[in-house]
Design a protein around this ligand. Structure first.
Ligand SMILES: C[S@@+](CC[C@H](N)C(=O)[O-])C[C@H]1O[C@@H](n2cnc3c(N)ncnc32)[C@H](O)[C@@H]1O
Length: 321
């Protein structure tokens, strides 16, 4: 069926090209211009779109994303469908998605797989911790819908932290999408300015409970001092058995991002890339040294793209308290 899927896909993609381009323009308009107008994160939408896509392609269940996508003002599910329809048809005929999104062996990821592969690695580490913890703290939660699907489970208290405007939009959109939020405490704050545990302490957060912290797709946009201080605070305030899972990006990727149009696009919503680590060589030792300097111990890691001659472009890492 893979062969037939290619034979049908190539002409379909060519015929549908103007429609796909129109879809992409619609997505970009909503993501960039509408996000800017609303004063909310556009990078959160980029990640959201990738997770919505995984759901639609049947590669990862995310019913919350399906519902939220239809009400978020700064994405376009119509645009996504128009852009992805030929790929979706190909995936359905072949029985698996091969181009985008796709499953890729660890180490062989390219930048095109960044959001999708990253999501699977985060899911893997989260799934291992969730039965062992009572609290799940999402640092820079964006439009992540994990708490409104797979993680809407008994006895798990969820805390969503994000900048106030982005969080306000999410709360409004969750309500429009009729997604239950009783198990979630929303904490608006800025990592660079506010005291994380003071903010958390004002809610249902219990510092004596084992907790999983998720910091997905955020360190890239923060200054090094903020990242280091936040990690040290989380380590100092966490009981043994707690963990934090985060991603860190390579100097090489961030330098490339800074020299391209991408940087201008990110600056447009004040989300320029900042923090990175040198993964040119001995990447595991470098990451371990950074993690240990915060008090944490390095656990499971996924160095994405590590089979490339240039080394990995990012890592998803488990930090154990
Ligand atoms: C790329 S998005 C990732 C969102 C989410 N973690 C996900 O995986 O879908 C980055 C998120 O970090 C948030 N963020 C960026 N800087 C922040 C800061 N200084 N304080 C709090 N949140 C911040 C943004 O508002 C945005 O929601």
């Amino acid at each position: 069926m893979k062969f037939i899927s290619w034979i049908l896909y190539v002409p379909l993609q060519l015929i549908a090209l103007p429609i796909c381009i129109f879809g992409m323009l619609l997505i970009s308009y909503r993501q960039m211009l509408v996000s800017k107008r609303l004063g909310v994160s556009q990078t959160a939408i980029e990640v959201f779109n990738a997770r919505w896509t995984l759901h639609i392609f049947g590669m990862r269940k995310d019913p919350g994303a399906a519902k939220l996508g239809s009400v978020l003002p700064n994405t376009s599910t119509l645009g996504l469908w128009l852009a992805l329809f030929p790929l979706w048809c190909k995936a359905k005929i072949a029985g698996e998605a091969e181009i985008y999104p796709r499953r890729v062996n660890p180490g062989f990821e390219t930048v095109m797989d960044l959001f999708t592969a990253r999501t699977f690695y985060f899911d893997h580490i989260i799934t291992r911790h969730i039965p062992l913890v009572r609290q799940f703290v999402m640092l820079g939660a964006g439009m992540d819908t994990r708490p409104y699907g797979t993680l809407n489970i008994n006895n798990l208290n969820v805390f969503e932290i994000d900048l106030a405007t982005t969080q306000r939009l999410k709360i409004e959109s969750l309500s429009k999408a009729k997604l239950a939020t009783d198990h979630v405490t929303f904490v608006p704050m800025d990592f660079a300015r506010d005291a994380l545990f003071e903010r958390l302490g004002a809610g249902r957060y219990d510092r004596h409970q084992k907790t999983l912290f998720l910091w997905e797709g955020v360190t890239l946009y923060l200054p090094e001092a903020t990242i280091h201080q936040t990690l040290v605070k989380v380590f100092n305030q966490s009981v043994a058995g707690s963990a934090l899972v985060a991603d860190f990006y390579s100097d090489r990727l961030v330098t490339k991002m800074k020299s391209r149009l991408g940087h201008k696009l990110l600056q447009y919503t004040q989300e320029a890339a900042q923090f990175s680590l040198n993964f040119d060589e001995a990447w595991e030792q470098k990451l371990r040294a950074f993690v240990q300097s915060t008090g944490f111990t390095l656990g499971e890691t996924y160095f994405m793209g590590n089979q490339s001659p240039h080394g990995p472009f990012m890592v998803v890492a488990e930090l154990v308290a």
